[in-house]
Design a protein around this ligand. Structure first.
Ligand SMILES: Nc1nc2c(c(=O)[nH]1)N[C@H]1C(S)=C(S)[C@@H](COP(=O)(O)O)O[C@H]1N2
Ligand SMILES: [Mo]
Length: 334
């Protein structure tokens, strides 16, 4: 089989580029989940999109490499399927928005497929490692220029796709810096990070332990006022809502604590620097109405400026602790 001239170079460097792009996409995806502020979020989601598009751009070259191979293993084909599904989820989220097909959201497909791809990718790389080692001449001027050219074409593709999305009136134009799409408050789904189930709690008798002080919902409500905040979930949506909430620094004694730990009745918990107490709110109502069970009733945390997974629902306890906030898993484990 003869390939067009541009594709004849397909080979070791195609594989190296794919390796770098896939690892970059995986890592930037996790960072994108963590960031909330517009500037870092824009940079990270841009990088994530470019890594993904770069993978798509290399498909013709990788097809040549695969076409030359004497044998293609089932696990390698499965890896292709997983990466394809992951890319599809990403594109659907960007251009169709936060939709749900057969109960599956684009981010669930995107992250699920990526996690399936990881062990297959490791296996694939380990199996082919001998033939793929980087070489000195990958750093020649010529090679670097070619890489820069590839990056420029990918970036141009990115800009073109954004333009097309806008021109076609796709939801892509409404994304904020983190990539999330807007939802009106009435449409906000009750969301769990992973496995948490909604507990049934009675607001009339419920009490929260606030740094050793047991407080009823009525006591908290008496101290609460309105606070507008953006809940930006990592599953692809955000919503601007007004909560009725008490600022934590008003009820938690400013002692020498390093961190504030907010613990749910489910065991889900997050650790915040004590200096952030003025940005942490205990909410008892939303949009002027009592919280619904799924959305954290009777008491949930509201943290303007932090992604949704920090907004602990069904708060049982607020603890002052000595451990620094960075000493926790970057993402919840349940
Ligand atoms: N206890 C508990 N709190 C939680 C979660 C959870 O799984 N368990 N999920 C978090 C995530 S990922 C988000 S986006 C918000 C969702 O809040 P909502 O259900 O009010 O939309 O709650 C956060 N608080
Ligand atoms: Mo979330």
């Amino acid at each position: 089989m003869t390939w067009p001239p541009l594709l004849r170079r397909a080979g070791r460097r195609t594989n190296l580029a794919l390796f770098v792009l896939l690892v970059g996409a995986f890592l930037s995806g996790w960072v994108a989940f963590a960031v909330a502020e517009p500037v870092p979020a824009t940079l990270v989601t841009l990088a994530h999109g470019l890594f993904g598009l770069g993978v798509v751009a290399l498909v013709p070259w990788k097809s040549v490499v695969v076409g030359r191979a004497q044998q293609v293993r089932a696990s390698s084909l499965l890896l292709v399927v997983a990466i394809g599904a992951c890319l599809a989820g990403g594109f659907v989220l960007v251009f169709a928005g936060y939709v749900s097909v057969l109960g599956i959201t684009p981010i669930q497909l995107h992250v699920g497929a990526a996690l399936v791809a990881v062990p297959l990718f490791v296996l694939h790389v380990v199996r082919h490692r001998h033939r793929q080692v980087p070489r000195r001449r990958d750093l020649t001027r010529r090679a670097l220029l070619r890489t820069a050219g590839f990056a420029a074409v990918t970036a141009a593709g990115y800009v073109a796709l954004e333009g097309l999305g806008r021109a076609a009136g796709s939801p892509s134009a409404q994304r904020i810096a983190t990539g999330s799409h807007p939802l009106v408050p009435a449409d906000v789904p009750a969301t769990s990070w992973l496995l948490d189930r909604v507990p049934a709690l009675d607001p009339a008798t419920y009490r929260v332990d606030v740094a050793g002080r047991s407080m009823s919902v009525a006591e908290l409500a008496a101290l609460a006022g309105p606070v507008a905040a953006r809940l930006d979930c990592t599953s692809g949506w955000y919503a601007d809502e007004t909560w009725t909430a008490v600022r934590l620094d008003r009820i938690v004694p400013a002692s020498g604590a390093t961190s504030i730990e907010v613990v749910s009745v489910t065991g889900y918990s997050r650790l915040f620097p004590a200096a952030e107490a003025a940005q942490l709110w205990l909410a008892v109502a939303r949009e002027g109405q009592a919280l619904r069970a799924g959305r954290g009733a009777p008491v949930r945390l509201v943290v303007p400026g932090r992604r949704g997974f920090w907004w602990v629902k069904w708060v049982a306890e607020v603890r002052l602790v000595g451990a620094p906030a960075w000493l926790q898993s970057p993402f919840p484990m349940q």
